[in-house]
Design a protein around this ligand. Sequence first.
Ligand code: FES
Ligand code: FES
Length: 157
Amino acid sequence: MAKVTFTLNDETVTVDEPLNMRFLDILRKELGLTGSKEGCGEGECGACSVFMDGWLVNSCLLPLASVEGRDIMTIEGYRETKRYKVLENAFVEEGAVQCGICTPGMVMAAENLLNRNPSPSEEEIRIALAGNLCRCTGYEMIFKAVKRASKEGEGLW
Ligand code: FES
Ligand code: FES
């Protein structure tokens, strides 16, 4: 056990847990933030994505030790932004949510894309979301949702 302090959704947090504990488990089991999902647990599906110092990372691959002093944003923090509202509406309008396991990771990947490229082409959207797996939708509605968000959220990204 060791104390690790970091910023989580704009608040300073200290946890006292084994340094090799997966950060996804810290979020879900210790801090009650269940928005980040566990799909594969192996860094393949993107369902557990969080931002660390502005970089999109898989929290299932992140040991607690590596978040010391870092700035973490989970889907719970992102949910408070105007950008999230645009993406949420676009996902609903396009029918891009079915079981919902992949959705938080898809939304975080979409934010990561739109933040760097506010008007992506369809191919750029496909490439940006290539690290996120969905078992339900066939992807097309998700790609359309990101395209819709890029149009409806003009000026936010
Ligand atoms: S649960 Fe982390 S990448 Fe799949
Ligand atoms: S909506 Fe079920 S995995 Fe994507």
